[in-house]
Design a protein around this ligand. Structure first.
Ligand SMILES: Nc1ncnc2c1ncn2[C@@H]1O[C@H](COP(=O)(O)OP(=O)(O)O)[C@@H](O)[C@H]1O
Ligand SMILES: N[C@@H](CCOP(=O)(O)O)C(=O)O
Length: 301
């Protein structure tokens, strides 16, 4: 049995507008995660890159907890371990950093213990830890994933769109925890809003399957979460509008925010600059990342 493994895990953008807790995409921004088991009982966690100052380096670390969850699941003894991570996924911004940490811990521990669990089993464990499947599924499988929770398991359909798609992410310089962004959501919604989202989610899935991205303008509209979260992201309507005016097919809140994401197939840098400028006009400093779809998901490197 090898006692050390290195995993690369992609960031993810969830919801894509209407697909709240259901649709997610793996993106070409990656964390590196190294797990080593050793004989001593010590736990060592070293964090570099994003979150270096804030991510816990003790038992509270969620990647470490995911390693423990997997070891307990397969009745493996808990050894001493060293975790080294280099993070490029911005924290608490809506690009799935927590999902990446959970998936990293699960995949690394599974690799070190003989790969006894399937991707489906890892997905089910990851979903139960994260609480929703739309980030952990694409982090595991790559691509665009449509995710349905049923009878305690997560059913995941992975799509690789037939035409290239770029994702322009405007990253504002403030954080918003997913927990806080879920607390502003209502417990119930009007039937017409549910119908609105059902039709847009179906159109969105069809656009990804066929590459008919001209539908994304209508397909990325949402009434289930964005109207409530807008108050948490200054300038959100203006930034989304700026992306569209600059030529994006469509735009939305990335995950629970505060990142805003636009989809296009050209002029990505220009669209990004327009989004950053629109944030700036609303008093928010932001930077821009141009990403494409990661098709591999978490993998050993
Ligand atoms: N690499 C990591 N290792 C351990 N914990 C992490 C890591 N990345 C993120 N986290 C935890 O996840 C939290 C952010 O999760 P969340 O609020 O869901 O935002 P995000 O949209 O980035 O997933 C961080 O505050 C941190 O506690
Ligand atoms: N469906 C979730 C997605 C959260 O994604 P994150 O990247 O912000 O953690 C939600 O909208 O709450």
């Amino acid at each position: 049995m090898n006692n050390s493994v290195m995993i690369q895990i992609p960031g993810t953008t969830a919801n894509c507008g209407p697909g709240f807790d259901a649709i997610g995409i793996a993106c070409t921004v990656y964390n590196d995660f190294e797990l080593t088991f050793h004989d001593s009982s010590r736990l060592v966690i070293e964090v570099d890159g994003e979150g270096k100052e804030t991510i816990p380096t003790d038992e509270k670390n969620i990647a470490y907890q995911a390693v423990l969850d997997l070891l307990r699941k397969i009745n493996h003894q808990i050894p001493g371990m060293t975790i080294k991570m280099f993070n490029r996924i911005p924290l608490s911004r809506g690009l799935g950093s927590s999902a990446a940490a959970i998936v990293a811990g699960l995949v690394a521990a599974n690799e070190l213990t003989g790969q006894s669990l399937s991707k489906q089993q890892l997905l089910d464990i990851a979903t139960s830890i994260e609480g929703h499947p739309d980030n952990v599924a694409p982090a595991i499988y790559g691509g665009v994933t449509i995710n349905v929770c049923r009878d305690g398991a997560t059913e995941c359909l992975r799509i690789i769109p037939p035409k290239p798609l770029l994702m322009v992410v405007a990253v504002p310089d403030f954080i918003l925890s997913t927990k806080a962004a879920r607390q502003v959501l209502p417990k119930q919604v009007p039937l017409q809003d549910a119908v609105f989202n059902v039709s847009r989610s179906a159109l969105l899935t069809g656009a990804f399957c066929t590459g008919e991205y001209r539908h994304l303008s209508a397909a990325m509209d949402d009434r289930l979460h964005q109207p409530y979260r807008q108050q948490l992201v200054p300038g959100m309507p203006e930034v989304l509008r700026a992306a569209f005016d600059a030529g994006a097919f469509g735009s939305a809140l990335s995950g629970a925010g505060p990142c805003l994401i636009a989809f296009c197939d050209q002029n990505a840098d220009h669209i990004g600059q327009c989004m950053v400028d629109a944030f700036q006009a609303n008093g928010i400093t932001a930077s821009c990342m141009v990403l494409s779809i990661d098709t591999d998901g978490a993998k050993r490197i």
